[in-house]
Design a protein around this ligand. Structure first.
Ligand code: 3PG
Ligand code: CO
Length: 556
């Protein structure tokens, strides 16, 4: 679907200042009957309350099919949320595309699967699978892994090794043994029935090894590399034994932060069972790219690689579940084509000569650049686009729930003023506040309340700045998280670290109007989703909503 260039709107005019779209990451609208675990409701949020009381205050769908996930049982997440916000349309996302390719078998008909299997048939080495082991369906799904293992066995692959990143972030905090048991059961079945040698080889918590993103902490990837590739980590007889031991040693540790381990022969004292050697084939089975790019680069880049000291790099055939970055062609080989997201609002605005700023702290930097632009890391028109990253602090997030919100806000305001002074005023700004999501993922209620309050404090500053420069403020979120900090009730109540299925707020403050801003489309707007935000912002900027985009929510 090609989208025509932007045209001026018949009546609407751009404001004097920029249209600023605020993404409060992970700040959804909780259920009225679960307020005691709703950090958004519990937080003191005078500005958000005021914004939501404006004529434009409404809610948007941010999960399931409204953002291109396979079903409405799927939570929203930052990738699909920012894709929908930026692209103004709903695309079938990685989770849906991979599920289809696995179920139809088209994944195995492609030449990359052949190439991987031919490689290990010729070398006699193992086929390695590496990725996030859960059914969170945000980065990966265990069903895809199990299906590929079965297929490999049916095609005569004799040896396979699985390197598991334990989750606890998109699924309950201590749930990894469920997934490990499911995986072990499949491996045992294949070993018995197909006479193959398939084993779990290594693992560790996803927030400690391998799955860093946006180059926040390469040392994580280095630990992962040592663990998976070199087999250098604490040894155990099995993954289950590792997890049980690590749980017992630290009653506070959850699966996100489990220390790295390798499975070793002779009851855990012998050689590691699955280092990655020359001749091996490796599948990184995550479909989402942000946390897959760095380990992919470690496997694919040559001498110039600067992430960390790799030591000898095994000569392997490497493939990702998807291509994680089209601009950078990473990885070169992949099993399923990513969604083809073109003509996102950033691209259309750049083509129309409009100036844009994208700003966030490191943890969410790629969300407002790479995800917003349809999983492309490069600007469309560098002379018109400024991408600003405020470095995140690498500290316990529950100890500093304010994160860099104040600095991100300071910088946004400075950038807007500086651009205006330089005679090149900004037209559109997008900003992400990481707090609600990043602290929400810790599962700690008190700090998450503070996180939401920190965001609210910044919103207050943005409202004042919007008034001062005559801009328009559009406030929303990409998905819920802080709005539900527990699952279950009574004795069955347990901490929830993952995202939610809740809708998110939308509110627009336009100081040109005495009522504080526009009125949105009437009944039916409750059904609107994140994809409607792009047309809405474009109309506020004085453009007609593009044909092919989800409609604007501004009432005519
Ligand atoms: C993560 O990668 O941190 C979580 O799996 C999802 O969080 P996000 O979608 O908010 O980034
Ligand atoms: Co999140």
């Amino acid at each position: 679907t090609s989208i025509a260039p932007l045209r001026p709107h018949a009546e609407r005019k751009a404001p004097d200042g920029p249209v600023v779209c605020v993404v409060m990451d992970g700040v959804g609208i909780g259920k009225p009957d679960a307020v005691d675990g709703d950090a958004v409701a519990l937080a003191r949020t005078p500005t958000l309350d005021w914004l939501r009381g404006l004529p434009s205050g409404t809610s948007l769908r941010a999960h399931g099919t409204a953002v291109g996930m396979p079903s409405d049982k799927d939570m929203g997440n930052s990738e699909v949320g920012h894709n929908a916000l930026g692209a103004g349309r709903v695309f079938d996302q990685g989770a849906a595309l991979v599920e289809r390719a696995v179920n139809s078998g088209s994944l195995y008909a492609g030449e990359v699967w052949r190439w991987l299997l031919d490689g290990v048939r010729e070398s006699g080495e193992a086929l390695h699978f590496m990725g996030l082991l859960s059914d969170g369906n945000i980065h990966s799904h265990i069903d895809h892994l199990l299906a590929m293992l079965r297929q490999a066995a049916s095609e005569g692959v004799k040896q396979a090794r699985v390197h598991v990143l334990t989750d606890g972030r998109d699924v309950p905090g201590r749930s990894t043994l469920e997934y490990i048991d499911r995986l072990e059961a499949t491996l045992a079945e294949l070993n018995a029935e197909a006479g193959v040698d398939y084993r779990i080889a290594s693992g560790g918590g996803r927030m400690l090894i391998t799955m860093d993103r946006y180059e926040a902490e390469w040392a994580m990837v280095e630990r992962g590399w040592k663990t998976h590739v070199r087999g250098e980590a604490r040894k155990f007889a099995s993954a289950r034994q590792a997890v049980e031991t690590l749980y017992a040693e630290d009653e506070n540790v959850d699966d996100q932060y489990l220390p790295a381990f390798v499975v070793a022969d002779e009851g855990g004292v012998g050689d590691p069972v699955g280092p990655i050697r020359d001749g091996a084939s490796v599948v990184f089975f995550n479909f989402r790219g942000d946390r897959a790019l760095e380990i992919t680069r470690a496997f694919e880049e040559g001498e110039g690689f600067a992430g960390f000291e790799r030591g000898p790099v095994p000569k392997v055939r490497y493939a990702g579940m998807m291509q994680y970055d089209g601009d950078l062609a990473l990885p070169t080989r992949f099993l399923v084509d990513p969604p083809a997201i073109a003509s996102s609002m950033g691209e259309l605005l750049a083509a129309a000569g409009k100036r844009q700023l994208a700003i966030a702290e490191t943890h969410k930097y790629g969300h407002v650049t790479y995800f917003w632009n349809g999983n492309r890391s490069e600007p469309f028109a560098p002379e018109l686009e400024r991408y600003v990253e405020i470095p995140s602090q690498l500290v316990g997030l529950d100890e500093r729930p304010w994160m860099r919100a104040a600095e991100v806000t300071d910088r946004l305001i400075t950038e807007v003023d500086a651009a205006a002074r330089a005679g090149a005023p900004l037209d559109f700004v997008r900003i992400n506040y990481a707090n609600g999501d990043m602290i929400g993922h810790t599962g700690a209620l008190g700090p998450t309340i503070m996180a939401v309050e920190a965001v609210d404090l910044c919103l207050g500053r943005l409202v004042a700045a919007t008034r001062r420069v005559g801009g328009v403020l559009v406030v929303t979120a990409d998905h819920g998280n802080a709005d539900q900090m527990f699952d279950g009730a009574g004795d069955a109540r347990r901490v929830r670290t993952s995202h939610t299925l809740n809708p998110v707020p939308l509110a627009i403050f336009d100081p040109r109007e005495s009522t504080g801003g526009p009125v949105l489309t009437g009944p039916g707007s409750a059904e609107a989703g994140l994809a409607n935000v792009a047309s809405t912002c474009l109309e506020l900027l004085g453009f007609a909503a593009p044909e092919g985009y989800a409609p604007s929510l501004l009432r005519r």
